[in-house]
Design a protein around this ligand. Sequence first.
Ligand code: DQA
Length: 146
Amino acid sequence: MRILVINGPNINMLGIREKDVYGNGSYVELLAFIEKVCAENDIDVHLFQSNHEGAIVDVIQQAYAKFDGIVINPAAYTHTSIAILDALKAVAIPTVEVHLSNVAKREAFRQVSYAGMAAVKTFMGLGFEGYKEALLFLKQYVVGGN
Ligand code: DQA
């Protein structure tokens, strides 16, 4: 199965930004982690990161009929982007939302998730492990079986 993993703004700054919130692991280490999980689980993965809302909308649109699932951490756009929500609804590809931190326990402005309204499941507060949970959940959700 083909899964598109999308990371939003500032996720490329992992390992530098707010380590107390997001941990010490770098973005390059996150990509290696995701690639390992996918290799072990027979998932064909495509990795994408952008700091630009429109670029994220574009890659979601381009995924139409090409990917079986999407894992997305929209980062700050989680809480603001109706455009990303609409793109996810437009392509109707099963989507799992991931957040490294536990946004439910953070500021009031992080309590709305637009992308989450199009997601079949959300994993938060698990660090890198949340991406693994999301990929395995999505595989089970789409392919089923064992
Ligand atoms: C985040 C949480 C968001 O609120 C924040 O804007 C991010 C990262 C997370 O992974 O915990 O940039 O999506």
